[in-house]
Design a protein around this ligand. Sequence first.
Ligand code: DX5
Ligand code: ZN
Length: 226
Amino acid sequence: MSPKPIIAPSILAADFARLADEVGAIEGEADWVHVDVMDNHFVPNLTIGLPVVQSLRKSTTIPFDVHLMITDPERWAPGYAEAGAYNVTFHAEACENPVALAKALRAAGSKAGLAIDRDTPVEPYLELLPYVDTLLIMTIKAGFGGQAFLPEMLDKVRDVRRRISAKDLAVRLEVDGGIAADTIARAAEAGADAFVAGTAVYGADDPAEAIRKLRALAAGAGPSHD
Ligand code: DX5
Ligand code: ZN
């Protein structure tokens, strides 16, 4: 049985000049706020960092799901846990010892997430599932919002779901990139149970209503309804 779907709007698609208001607009509807940290090194894009997370943390009760698209996550990730993030996800491609970093994150007070980018196979990381709380499968190439969903990434989601079920692990399986009303059900059917949505939420006239729709589509398609 999969747990209830998590909807995590990404503030990458929000108005950065009004971040507290933008997060306020999804209060009571979003399960997590997804915060994309990019360093102009691991990915070409540059977004926000720790000071913004620290300030924004005070303006909402919604748990933060921090997605670090940065090199040297060992140096920076625990600071986000200390700033009160609920979950901190770092990239497999950027980390030499994911188990050690996951342990450090838990010690610093957050859940630990491992992200797999578009061009990275998931098989070598399946054995790490017992050590993490979240496994994030990119359904685009990490770096920019507003890209088209890549359905071929769902084979990875199926592989991870199979392993989570076989070992009865308490791991959230998150998808990120191009998740919208026309793609979320496919991701849920493949076994995802946490869904990042940037453009689909903040590009909508009514972000709260967009979240409700996405949640209904995910809940109607998830493996728990088999
Ligand atoms: C991109 C980020 C995503 C991004 C998704 O690298 O990790 O979280 O905000 O944006 P959409 O939902 O627009 O594809
Ligand atoms: Zn993200």
